[in-house]
Design a protein around this ligand. Sequence first.
Ligand SMILES: [Zn+2]
Length: 75
Amino acid sequence: MTQTAPPRTFADLEPAGLEMAVTCQKCGHWAVIDDKAPKLRNQRIAGRRYRCAQCGAIGLPSLGTRRLAKRLAER
Ligand SMILES: [Zn+2]
């Protein structure tokens, strides 16, 4: 059993306590990927391109500790 296996799909992020955020290199827009979206859940994380929702430029993905989940739990 490997508990530290890297997440392969977006569905793997939540159990790992991780989230994917994308930072736009052009306008600096920052957004967390909605890994609960049915379309994304079974998608592989690697090899994807991320686009800024604001300007359409290529965004830089980064894995981080989950913050969104915390925010949602507070409601
Ligand atoms: Zn942008």
